[in-house]
Design a protein around this ligand. Sequence first.
Ligand SMILES: [Zn+2]
Length: 84
Amino acid sequence: MVFQCYLCDAAPVYLTYFCAPCTETRRILQVYGAEETRNIIKRVCVRDNAQRNYKISSELKKDIESLKNTDHKLKMIKFSKESP
Ligand SMILES: [Zn+2]
């Protein structure tokens, strides 16, 4: 009989309660303890509004820099084709 993983509730499991990735997660939880693991998840994964806005502006800056680099490379290619 097939059940769903008790942790992710997505992967099918047959003879265990947890799928392979969740078994690894469970072992990490056992090493660090439930409270420390929860604190790590909150510090790393859970973001407040200001942190999300900072991340969004940071990603936009990366996109703008990437576009500038691409434009610069296109100009260099165009320039090299024009010059003998
Ligand atoms: Zn799972």
